[in-house]
Design a protein. Structure first.
Length: 141
């Protein structure tokens, strides 16, 4: 459990339709693509971006998923896809090994609860120097 902005959040990795004994389910992210037999570690974070902020090109050694609570983020991936994460919108899930570039779009601060379910024997995040985003987020909206 973590406390963010005066709310307590329970974040779990469970089977679909799992129900907590107390509280209200706010969202469900998944299914998350994992490899059977792989050992994973979970890194939970809150990501806060002001409009226009960008994350450098990077990848994760396991899947990343996030639940947007406010604002909007555009994600461009090295396989040519664009995903928009916004409060109440579709979930964002990126498989392991796919390079990505994030941009906070819109006019509001972007906030998201993030899970990186990474390979336990490798770093969760690696900067990428052999791929550059093509700027697809500028034309996505």
């Amino acid at each position: 459990m973590v406390e963010l902005k005066g709310k307590t959040w329970l974040m779990t990795i469970e089977q679909a339709n799992w129900k907590a004994a107390h509280g209200t389910r706010v969202g469900e992210v998944g299914p998350i693509p994992v490899t059977t037999g792989e050992k994973y570690s979970a890194q939970y974070m809150e990501a806060v971006f002001l409009p226009g902020m960008m994350a450098p090109e990077h990848l994760h050694s396991g899947p990343e998923a996030w639940f947007t609570t406010a604002g909007e983020t555009c994600l461009e991936t090295s396989d040519g896809r664009v995903q928009i994460g916004c409060a109440g919108g579709p979930l964002v899930i990126v498989p392991a090994g796919i390079a990505m570039h994030l941009t906070a779009t819109g006019t509001k601060e972007r906030r998201a609860l993030v899970l990186i379910l990474h390979d336990s024997s490798r770093p969760p995040t690696t900067l990428v120097h052999d791929w550059k985003a093509r700027g697809l987020c500028r034309t996505a909206r």
